[in-house]
Design a protein. Sequence first.
Length: 302
Amino acid sequence: MSLRALDLNLLTLFDAIYKARSLTRAAENAAMSQPAMSRALARMRHQFKDPLFLRDGRSISPTPRADELALSIDRILRDVGDTLAARPAFDPAKSTREFNLMLTDYGEMVLLPPLMEKLEALNSTARIHVIAQNHAEARELLHFGKVDFYLWASPIPDKGFRSQLVIEEELWCLVRSNGKERRRRLTLDQYLRLPHIVLDWPGWQGPRPIEKYLQDRGLKRDEYLSVPTFFDMPLVVTRTALVSTMPSRMAQGFAATHALQCFKAPLDGLEVPIHLLWHSRQDSDPAHRWMRELLVDLCANV
């Protein structure tokens, strides 16, 4: 018998009749009328080429063929039920699940170290694979499950994608230390007169956040050098008079490792949002949900 020719709904009705040994009770249990159940039995008899159930006084009795089918059908229905039931909780100490993360350089510096520290503390055997940022292909990579999470400054507006705002970052300046007096702040006028090393945001549509902030006020900074990653900035700043502007946690980290100065940028009210992005097809995956909750919690406490 071709599987395509079989009405799979008949399997549940066969099971109801076999267990009730009565068309009336089977119909009641299946919440359908007795005539509808009789028509379903007729279709079963045709498809299985066997009477299946014979009247025996006030009840019905299965034929030998029905007895043979009953065990297999019961097993099939149990397997389907187990498949559709809630999945077991994810155990990070037993799973070797690999999570593919596209974190950008911000996430690699700010989020990745505490993530690995947390996984180590949990004795997790889960694997982490950090994928190089590729904003142009992020949508496709998320859609086909090649990336589990993407950390980015804006949501993906298409249907099927999820996003959660996890961090709002102040912007700080990073400058070299002159060895005499530590700079505590810059006025906006001073900030605009200095040469800047700026980030060339891949895939960003329209003005970058700082440029939009300044344009709205009729202002412009001197973009002396543009680079593709924040990691290039401290190496240049330490040897030049250029100023870089970046999320505060990155600026503080670079200042500590490169002996630079950092302080809040004179861009009052401007913060950069950081969103965690994923595809909705992953919503019900216990492992994905576990990692999602872990990332959100870490972002709230970095």
